[in-house]
Design a protein around this ligand. Structure first.
Ligand code: SF4
Ligand code: SF4
Length: 345
């Protein structure tokens, strides 16, 4: 598959064509932040953003989702039967996803789809998505993707990767699905070898620009019990407010809670995002709570990402180095420091 070129002034036409057959999501500026929203006006698309504040995981795993509906009305022949409400799995394209967020979907995927079980909603949404990524020309000071098997132009999880080269985008199809999408959108002009060279230079420059690095080389060999018992957790957790911001913004956090909401005789079974940082998350019906202390919850967050996931799936750590939790934690708890503490223990 040869690389293609999209002139920037042609992008609105490309998006307009895609809109005819797909639902298209793009980053949209809202006050000071960007978030992925359905494309309304292709002439106003702005891809000059660093990253969205919220990761785009909610496109596959909504913050609140009706799983089933049921009736308790015994006059209804379907009383007490759980039924799946209609859901939308229309073909969808996400344009401008950052490589770290695309890789994060792959890390989460092994939890939702594996030999033991398959989450049907996640799996169907993932199938319906085509991801057009945008390489990071100017990584943020909080990004450390290159330390965790990712990078500003990492291709994993993407169908197409765009390189911003001034007046043009170079579009690289990573998968057959991506190649078909480019064809559908009328993107057929081959990139010149000069553009190709510029793309490689841009990639090398961005990788060099990443100034944050975290050590990970010894995490695998550490014993989980030693890390669990380490003396540094009190200090790490000291300032934490258990606000949950880090987990809600993180592209690799997937915890949820399932609740039934009943109104008269109609019921909905809903799953909502939850967070290991909240005390109610592990509260048992008996009243016992295995993580009643803040330090236990903070430890759980880091142990899960940097050790339990690594050991269970042999798929690297459950962190793509996007830096969101570093940027938005209100008390500056920095996962890069925790990487060091755990790796060097
Ligand atoms: S964002 Fe910071 S303060 Fe809030 S739960 Fe996470 S680590 Fe704690
Ligand atoms: S840097 Fe923080 S927010 Fe980003 S993937 Fe890692 S843990 Fe999640």
């Amino acid at each position: 598959m040869s690389d293609k070129v999209i002139k920037k002034e042609e992008l609105p036409n490309v998006l307009k064509t895609l809109k005819e057959t797909h639902e298209v999501f793009v980053p949209v500026k809202e006050k000071d932040f960007y978030r992925f929203k359905v494309l309304e006006d292709e002439n106003k698309v702005d891809l000059n953003f660093t990253n969205t504040r919220l990761s785009p995981k909610s496109l596959l795993f909504p913050q609140s989702e009706r799983m089933f509906e049921y009736t308790l009305d015994e006059a209804d022949e379907d009383a007490y039967v759980m039924k799946e409400p209609p859901k939308d799995y229309a073909p969808t394209v996400v344009v401008g996803m950052r490589p770290c967020d695309a890789k994060a979907l792959r890390l989460v995927d092994v939890n939702f789809v594996n030999p033991e079980f398959k989450d049907p909603w996640w799996a169907r949404r993932l199938e319906s998505l085509t991801l057009i990524g945008l390489g990071c020309k100017e990584p943020c000071s909080t990004c450390f993707c290159t330390s965790v098997n990712c990078g500003p132009f990492n291709e994993e999880g993407l169908d197409v990767l765009l390189f911003d080269l001034g007046k043009n985008y170079m579009a690289r199809a990573i998968t057959e699905k991506g190649a078909q999408l480019l064809k559908l959108a009328g993107v057929s002009e081959d990139a010149t070898s000069d553009l190709n060279k510029q793309a490689e230079e841009s990639k090398a420059k961005a990788e060099k620009q990443i100034s944050s690095h975290v050590p990970t080389d010894k995490l695998k060999e550490k014993k989980a019990i030693d890390l669990f018992d380490a003396s540094f957790w009190d200090e790490v957790a000291f300032a934490c407010l258990n606000c949950g911001t880090c987990t809600y913004l993180c592209p690799t956090c997937w915890c949820f809670d399932i609740q039934d909401e009943v109104n008269k005789k109609k019921g909905d079974r809903i799953r909502n995002w939850d967070s290991c940082m909240f005390p109610l998350f592990t509260l048992h019906a008996s009243g016992h709570n295995p993580r009643s202390e803040k330090v236990q919850r903070v430890r759980q967050r880091f142990m899960h990402k940097l050790k339990y996931y690594l050991d269970k799936y042999d798929n690297g750590v459950a962190c793509v180095g996007c830096g969101r939790c570093v940027k938005y934690c209100p008390v500056n708890i920095d996962i890069r420091e925790v990487f060091k503490l755990m790796n060097e223990l």
